[in-house]
Design a protein around this ligand. Structure first.
Ligand SMILES: [Zn+2]
Length: 124
């Protein structure tokens, strides 16, 4: 299969930006010595790259939320043990209830993203 002349072009990033900004194919073709049809075919590559980038961004965002929830889990556990030491059953019960909520949230995020626990986003 023939390689895409736009993907291989040294000014690819600039061309991609101009394509997204709506600069006409003819203008870009004349400017960079490309054919308008090559630019048209390349828009599929651009769309795929943008989708991948947005998927990656979303995964990173969800992983950040999971990291924060994990921190909350640790804090709740610490608080629970303090409450137990002070025989503060009401606070201890509150910790258990909040832990259940954190767990449910973690589960929901993991299921919706099919993130594998303990595996960084880059290796998912
Ligand atoms: Zn291309």
């Amino acid at each position: 299969m023939k390689r895409c002349t736009v993907c291989a072009h040294p000014a690819k990033d600039e061309i991609d930006r101009d394509l997204q900004a709506g600069v006409p194919y003819r203008t870009l073709a004349a400017q960079h010595g490309l054919s308008a049809s090559a630019l048209f075919r390349h828009t599929k590559h651009l769309a795929r790259a943008l989708t991948l980038a947005s998927d990656h961004h979303e995964l990173t965002r969800r992983q950040a939320i999971l990291d924060k929830l994990e921190l909350l889990e640790i804090r709740l556990d610490r608080l629970f043990h303090n409450a137990q030491d002070f025989r503060s059953l009401h606070v201890a019960l509150g910790c258990v209830q909040e832990s259940v909520r954190v767990l449910a949230l973690q589960e929901r995020i993991r299921q919706s993203t099919r993130l594998r626990p303990g595996v960084p986003v880059s290796q998912q």
